[in-house]
Ligand binder design. Structure first.
Ligand code: AMP
Ligand code: MG
Length: 398
């Protein structure tokens, strides 16, 4: 058996380096910036009002209440055509440019309209009141974001405010997903004797998407070496990485393992963990293949431990691992001493000042319902298990 760390490090060193490209803003959420961003223009681009109200000369309002003449009306999106002279005011809406001559805004709540052509300013305005200055958010030439930033919705908003239509980033990689097994049936129909439904593929497609990649659903591969070989060749030509489930243990029909072996690219380990002991990895013409075990819980945990960090690394992520926190065992978690590190499915909650974890169901590698109820994986080191109330490490999945 090989240790988890050794296998993870091997895979991380084997996958291709991220390749930068230009990505449209609308596709860039969650991607990693591949270059520094400098502002080519100021935000806001011109002085404008932060309030609905009246644009005035502050000096005219010193002895408020005072009546000013309303000489115009200015909405956002319109250039000013009228000057604010002595004794004048212009009705103005939030975001409209400051008209020439005005040097303060009086918010509408501090005014009272006085006929069509007049307004009473009730309190004195100070010079510059409620004016947003050009470059007040971002000045032209500012260093805005550094390479390595993970793009959030707010990053995309700032980039849009600066006129960027696309950004230098590491594009989403395409990850092909294949289920294998003669027993698998697709869709809702009646199961023939011996058949089960393919639960791994929808789950893997979702995990791939959740990791920030594009998932390509490549269907079910039957336990037939020629068919699976052809699927691998097609997938390697059209995807940046391939995920398969099933067919990697030591049974007679372990087709993924057999095919990768024949292609001369198989690297296969028994990893000292539970669940997800067997793992096949390969590179077909440079495209990494993650041959995950077939039992659904094993597939899921294996994806978390081996595929997800590698796929995120391929997209330039500075942080590829899920966070691990110290929690308190809310119940005893006994286990068998067998040389393996266990990843038990747990429900973790924060009780005000600490995390508390309890098992989320039966810990068998085919019991996917327990995985669905879990929001963490408890790391149970080799030994008799963890006593109630004792600290333990939990990998958070959400
Ligand atoms: P294997 O590694 O191919 O021997 O599969 C191990 C177990 O996982 C068997 O019970 C399979 O029927 C089951 N299994 C394999 N693939 C899937 C799948 N896509 N969905 C649900 N169960 C599966
Ligand atoms: Mg199988």
């Amino acid at each position: 058996m090989e240790s988890l760390e050794v296998v993870q490090a091997h895979i991380r060193a084997a996958v291709p380096s991220p390749r930068a490209g230009m990505v449209p803003l609308r596709d860039a959420l969650g991607l990693v910036l591949a270059g520094d961003i400098a502002a080519g223009e100021a935000v806001p681009p011109f002085a404008n009002t932060a309030m609905d109200g009246y644009a005035v000369r502050a000096a005219d309002t010193t002895h408020a209440p005072v009546r000013l003449r309303v000489v115009g009306d200015l909405a956002a999106g319109h250039a000013p055509t009228t000057r604010v002279g002595a004794g004048d005011a212009i009705r103005i809406m939030t975001g409209a440019p400051m008209p020439p001559g005005a040097d303060a805004i009086v918010m509408v709540e501090r005014t009272e309209r006085d006929g069509d052509d007049g307004v009473t300013i009730q309190v004195p305005a100070a010079l510059g009141d409620h004016i947003r200055h050009p470059g007040g958010d971002v000045a032209e030439g500012d260093a805005v974001f550094a390479a390595g930033a993970v793009l959030t919705p707010a990053h995309l908003g700032v980039l849009a405010s600066l006129g960027f239509a696309d950004v230098p980033a590491y594009p989403r990689i395409r990850v092909g997903v294949i289920s294998t097994g003669d027993e698998l049936r697709e869709g809702p129909g009646v199961l023939a004797p011996g058949q089960i439904r393919d639960s791994n593929r929808p789950m893997m497609v979702a995990l791939v998407r959740e990791a920030g990649c594009d998932a390509v659903d490549l269907g079910i591969g039957r336990d037939d070496e020629a068919a699976v070989t052809a699927m691998f060749r097609d997938a390697a030509a059209s995807c940046d990485a391939i995920i398969t489930t099933g067919g990697v243990s030591v049974g007679d029909y372990d087709v993924v393992k057999a095919v990768l072996d024949q292609l001369g690219v198989l690297e296969w380990w028994q990893v000292s963990i539970k669940p997800a002991k067997p793992l096949a990895f390969a590179r077909i013409d440079g495209t990494p293949v993650f041959g995950l075990p077939g039992n659904p819980v094993s597939s899921h945990v294996s994806f978390e431990l081996f595929a997800r960090p590698a796929l995120r690394q391929m997209m330039g992520h500075p942080e590829v691992d899920r966070p691990v926190v110290t929690a308190i065992a809310g119940e005893a978690m006994p286990r068998r001493a067998d040389g393996k590190l266990y990843f038990d499915r747990v429900r973790v909650r924060y009780d005000g000042d600490r995390y508390v974890a309890v098992r989320s169901g039966t810990q068998a590698s085919n019991v996917l319902s327990g995985m669905a109820l879990a929001n963490g994986l408890a790391l149970l080191p080799d030994g008799p298990g963890i006593d109630a109330g004792a600290p333990l490490q939990v990998m958070l999945l959400t």
